[in-house]
Design a protein around this ligand. Structure first.
Ligand code: PMT
Length: 399
C-alpha cells in the first residue's frame, strides 16, 4: 500500500515514544521506506537501535555528525520525503517549529522539507490547554501543517485529560490519506464480510470459518482511498475500520435484506462474505433434546443467492464476487462469474494454508467477464484488497 513511499518519522522526547515504534512497524509493513530522526531527549526513552533495527535504515540523531551527514545529509533527507511525520511531538518541539527555530537535526529537517508535515502532539493536559501552546498550534495549522488532536485518557504524569498520543493505527490511517490515491472519492461501495449463522434451535447454528478479515480489508482500503463505505458484516471478532458505515447481520436472510436495502445506492458492490447456501427448514423453538436415537436428520432449505439476484438487477454498477473453492479453482469460479452476471470474481483456493478462511494472507486469481485472468502470489489481505480496488478502478474506466 505504501510501496515506493518515503516517510521521515521524527521522534521527540516523551513517554509516548514507545508508540512511535509500533507506528514505524505499521509503515514498514505497508511497504514504506522509513527514515527515523530522533531528538536527544527521545533517545532517553528508546534507543536509536530499536528504530534502526525495525526500519532497516540508520537513525539520524545529530546535525553535526560527519558520518551521518556523509551518508545522507539532512537537506537530502528532507527532500526525499513524501511525508514527514513527527510523533510524538512535544510542546517544546511544536513551539520551536511555530517560531521558526531550527537548532537540531529534526527541527532543521522539518523547516527544510517541502513534503506535507503531520505533527502528532502528546503532552500533559495542562500544557495542552496552555494558551501559549494553543497559539502555537493554531499558527502551525494556519501555516499549512497538519496536526492530529491528542486523545483523552490517563496520562503518564498521573493527570487525566486530553494529551495522550493517538493509537499508532489511527496515526497510520491519518498518514495514509496523504499518500494513498484518493481514487475512490465520491464512490459509494457496498462490501459484505464474514460468515452467516443459520440457527437450528435457540443455542445452535450452522456456519463456516470466515473471520471477516478479507471483507474488512477491502472496506479499510476502500475507505483509505476515499470511498463512502457500507460494510454489511456477519458475526465476527474484528473492529470495523474507522469511517465506515457498519450494518451487522447474522443469517443469510438478514444479509439478503440489508444488501437489497443498500444496493441501489451503491456504485460498486464487493461480496466477500461467506453466505450459507442452506438453512434449517425449521428452526426449533426450544433447545433440541438428545433423545434416544443415535442419529438426527436435519432438513435444510436453500437460501436465496444474494449475488445472483444482484447480477439480475444490476445496471451501471460494478459487481464483484469471491469464490471460495477446494478444487478446480478457475473452472468453478468462472462458472459463478457467468451464472451470477459479475464483472469480476476473486477466486481463492481455501485449502491453501496461506489463503482463504481466517488467515491474514490470501492467494487469489482475478477472473473477468471477458475471460481474462490474472493471478497474485501470496500477500496480506490488505494488499490483496488494494490490488482488487486497482482493478475496479480500471473496470470503471473501461480499461
Ligand atoms: O473472512 P475470511 O476468514 O478472511 O475468509 C475470506 C473468504 C475465504 C471468506 C473470502 O476470501 C471468500 O472467498 N469469500 C466468498 C466465500 C463464498 O461464500 O464463496 P462461494 O463460492 O460459496 O460464493 C460465491 C459468491 O456468491 C460469494 O461472493 C458469496 O458472497 C456469494 N453468495 C453465495 C451464496 C449466497 N446464498 N449468496 C451469495 O451472495
Amino acid at each position: 500500500m505504501l510501496n515506493g513511499k518515503t516517510i521521515i518519522l521524527g521522534v521527540t522526547g516523551g513517554i509516548a515514544v514507545y508508540k512511535a515504534v509500533e507506528l514505524l512497524r505499521l509503515y514498514v509493513k505497508a511497504g514504506a521506506d522509513v527514515h527515523v530522526v530522533m531528538t536527544k531527549n527521545a533517545q532517553q526513552f528508546v534507543t536509536p537501535l530499536t528504530f534502526q533495527t525495525l526500519s532497516g535504515n540508520s537513525v539520524h540523531t545529530d546535525l553535526f555528525n560527519l558520518a551521518q551527514e556523509q551518508e545522507i545529509g539532512h537537506i537530502s533527507l528532507a527532500d526525499r520525503a513524501d511525508l514527514f511525520v513527527v510523533a510524538p511531538a512535544t510542546a517544546n518541539f511544536i513551539g520551536k517549529v511555530a517560531h521558526g527555530l531550527a537548532d537540531d537535526l529534526l527541527s532543521t529537517s522539518v523547516m527544510a522539507t517541502k513534503a506535507p508535515v503531520l505533527l502528532v502532539p502528546a503532552m500533559n493536559v495542562n500544557m495542552f490547554e496552555n494558551p501559549i501552546y494553543q497559539r502555537n498550534q493554531d499558527q502551525l495549522r494556519a501555516d499549512g501543517y497538519r496536526m492530529m488532536d491528542p486523545v483523552v485518557g490517563a496520562l503518564a504524569c498521573g493527570w487525566e485529560g486530553k494529551g495522550k498520543m493517538p493509537d499508532p493505527s489511527d496515526i497510520f490511517d491519518e498518514t495514509a490519506q496523504f499518500l494513498v490515491p484518493g481514487d475512490f472519492c465520491g464512490t459509494r461501495i457496498l462490501i459484505t464480510a464474514g460468515p452467516t449463522r443459520e440457527n437450528i434451535d435457540p443455542v445452535r447454528y450452522i456456519s463456516n470459518y470466515s473471520s471477516g478479515k478479507m471483507g474488512y480489508a477491502v472496506a479499510r482500503q476502500a475507505r483509505r482511498r476515499g470511498a463512502q463505505v457500507t460494510l454489511i458484516s456477519g458475526p465476527v471478532q474484528l473492529t470495523p475500520p474507522e469511517g465506515v458505515r457498519l450494518v451487522k447481520v447474522s443469517s443469510a436472510d438478514e444479509m439478503y435484506r440489508a444488501v437489497m436495502q443498500h444496493a441501489s445506492e451503491s456504485d460498486v458492490i464487493v461480496k466477500a462474505a461467506a453466505v450459507a447456501d442452506f438453512r434449517a427448514a425449521h428452526c426449533a423453538q426450544h433447545k433440541m433434546k438428545k433423545g434416544q436415537s443415535d442419529e438426527l436428520t436435519l432438513t435444510l432449505t436453500k437460501n436465496r443467492d444474494i449475488l445472483a439476484e444482484l447480477g439480475q438487477i444490476k445496471d451501471a454498477q460494478i459487481l464483484v464476487g469471491f469464490a471460495a473453492e477446494t478444487e478446480d479453482l478457475v473452472a468453478n469460479a468462472a462458472l459463478k462469474l457467468r451464472n451470477k452476471n459479475l464483472d469480476m470474481i476473486v477466486a481463492n483456493d481455501v485449502t491453501d494454508p496461506g489463503a482463504g478462511f481466517d488467515v491474514d494472507t490470501n492467494v487469489v486469481k482475478f477472473l473477468y467477464a471477458d475471460g481474462s485472468i490474472d493471478s497474485l502470489s501470496q500477500r496480506s489481505k490488505d494488499a490483496v484488497a488494494d490490488e482488487l480496488l486497482d482493478r475496479i478502478v480500471s473496470l470503471r474506466k473501461g480499461d
